[in-house]
Design a protein around this ligand. Sequence first.
Ligand code: SF4
Ligand code: SF4
Length: 118
Amino acid sequence: MIELVFADRCTACGDCVATCPTNVFDFGVDGRPVVARQADCQTCFMCELYCRADALFVAPDCTGPTPVDAERVRAAGLLGQFRRDSGWDEWSVTHANEHWRMDDVFRMARTATPPPST
Ligand code: SF4
Ligand code: SF4
């Protein structure tokens, strides 16, 4: 689920607000996004992919919120990692699409939607 917006990196472009399929964000008074409806997050990572400022962090657990320390996320180099390792946008030239953080989401989807019987 979406966990963090790093205001010091955010350029207030609004792309994450426009991209989120479940309307998780509102605009704050400073024009930057705030997580207004975390429970509606699908853990789709689209906001991370579209944030060219690497100002968002989505934790891979799609079942509920994850306690995260913002400075540890920053220090661990996790900001922008999913975007880069997905070969998104400017990274498409140098990085393959690994989609490694989607494992849990895809696993749950397979469990929830068994293949049609033949
Ligand atoms: S991970 Fe997906 S559903 Fe969750 S806030 Fe980002 S764009 Fe919205
Ligand atoms: S996409 Fe990134 S830079 Fe743009 S408003 Fe959202 S968090 Fe800020």
